[in-house]
Ligand binder design. Structure first.
Ligand SMILES: [Zn+2]
Length: 338
C-alpha cells in the first residue's frame, strides 16, 4: 500500500474570529492559551492563537465589508491592491503573508485550525478540503474519539483544490475548520465551548502523535528495528461531500415587509435527506415552497437557517451535501535523517 510521507508538524495556528460575531472560538482560543494547553497536548509544536478579523470581532459583526472566509483563493490573494479594495480582501492578503503564503509548498503554518460556530443545527462538523489525506485522516480519528465521548461528529468534504479554496484554513500546509452549532451569534455558551475545545485539543493531539510516530520510526530505522504501525493507517472514511449548491429562499412578495421563513419541515433538519414534497420555505401569505427533487433523493441540507447566509458575499440560502466515502493513505511523518 502506498504511504503518504509528510514533513514534521512544527507550527500550528488556532484561528478565531474569522467571523467576528461567532464568539465561542475566541473563548476556546483564550482557554487554550491561558491554561497552557498547547504545552500539554502538542509539546512538539509551536502553537499560536490568531485573531483573524479584529475589527469585525470588536464590532461583533460577521464582517465589515465582505465575508473574510471567502477571500482566500489564489486568484483573490494575487489581485492588485487598490484603495477601493474591501477591508477583508486586504486582510486576507495580510493573513496569507503571516500564515502562508498559500502559494508556497512550505507555508509558515504546517497546520491551521479555524474555529467557527453556526446558527444551524449542524452539531459538530469537521470541514476538510480536496485530498488533504492527512487532515481527512485526522478528522476520521477525532470523529471516533468525539463520538465515544458523546459528541456525534460529521466530516464535511470541500471538493476544491488548495489553490481554489476560498477558505482561511487553506493557508496552512494542512487545515481543518471546526464548525459547531446551533448557537446564536453574539453569545458564548458553555456546551458549545466544551465541544469545540475538545475537538481542537484532539486534533492537536493527533498531529502530536504523528510527530511522535515519526521520531519513533526514525529511531527504529537507526537501530535496525521495524517501525511501529502508522498513527493513521489509511482506508475509507465516510464524509459528506459539499455539493457547492445553495438553495436560496424566494424573494419576499411585493407587499411583504417580512422575509421568507424556513419551513417547519426543514428547520433543524440538517443532515436529514430531503424528500420530494418537503416544505423548504414559507411566505407570510401561506405559500409553501417545496422540494421538487431537482437535486436527487440522496442529498442532505446543511447550514439550514445559518444567519450569516443572508449575506450575498457569504452565499445566500442553505447548502446541500451527499454522503460518500473517500479513500485515504496511511500517513507517516518523515524527519530529516541526521
Ligand atoms: Zn463562521
Amino acid at each position: 500500500m502506498a504511504i503518504q510521507r509528510v514533513r514534521p508538524f512544527r507550527r500550528a495556528a488556532v484561528v478565531f474570529a474569522t467571523h467576528g460575531n461567532e464568539l465561542a472560538g475566541p473563548f476556546v482560543a483564550m482557554q487554550l492559551e491561558e491554561q497552557d494547553r498547547f504545552a500539554e497536548v502538542a509539546p512538539s509544536m509551536e502553537c499560536s492563537c490568531v485573531e483573524a478579523n479584529p475589527e469585525a470581532h470588536e464590532q461583533r459583526v460577521r464582517f465589515v465589508d465582505v465575508d473574510l472566509n471567502r477571500q482566500f483563493s489564489a486568484e483573490v490573494l494575487a489581485s492588485p491592491a487598490s484603495p477601493e479594495e474591501p477591508r477583508e480582501i486586504a486582510l486576507a492578503k495580510a493573513l496569507d503573508k503571516a500564515l502562508g503564503p498559500k502559494s508556497s509548498a512550505s507555508p509558515a503554518q504546517d497546520l491551521v485550525i479555524d474555529l467557527h460556530t453556526t446558527t444551524s443545527n449542524m452539531g459538530m462538523t469537521l470541514v476538510v478540503q480536496d485530498m488533504d489525506s492527512v487532515s481527512i485522516g485526522a478528522c476520521a480519528a477525532v470523529k471516533e474519539e468525539l463520538g465515544a465521548d458523546g459528541i456525534p461528529t460529521r466530516i464535511l468534504w470541500e471538493r476544491t483544490t488548495r489553490e481554489e479554496s476560498p477558505y482561511l484554513f487553506s493557508l496552512g500546509r494542512h487545515g481543518v475548520l471546526v464548525e459547531v452549532g446551533p448557537i446564536a451569534t453574539g453569545i458564548v455558551e458553555a456546551g458549545v465551548v466544551a465541544d469545540m475545545r475538545e475537538a481542537t485539543e484532539r486534533l492537536l493531539e493527533f498531529f502530536q502523535r504523528l510527530n511522535d510516530h515519526g521520531e519513533a520510526a526514525r529511531a527504529a530505522e537507526a537501530e535496525g528495528r521495524e517501525a511501529p504501525p502508522p498513527v493513521w493507517g489509511g482506508g475509507p472514511v465516510e464524509v459528506y461531500e459539499d455539493l457547492g449548491i445553495k438553495v436560496a429562499p424566494p424573494q419576499p412578495l411585493e407587499d411583504d415587509v417580512a422575509m421568507p421563513m424556513f419551513h417547519a419541515e426543514l428547520q433543524d433538519q440538517d443532515w436529514v435527506p430531503l424528500r420530494v414534497g418537503q416544505g423548504l420555505f414559507e411566505l407570510p401569505c401561506g405559500e409553501v415552497i417545496t422540494y421538487k427533487g431537482e437535486h436527487g433523493d440522496d442529498v442532505v441540507p446543511i447550514f439550514v437557517n445559518e444567519a450569516g447566509y443572508q449575506n450575498a458575499s457569504s452565499g445566500v440560502g442553505f447548502g446541500l451535501a451527499r454522503k460518500t466515502v473517500v479513500d485515504t493513505l496511511p500517513v507517516v511523518v518523515e524527519f530529516e535523517r541526521s
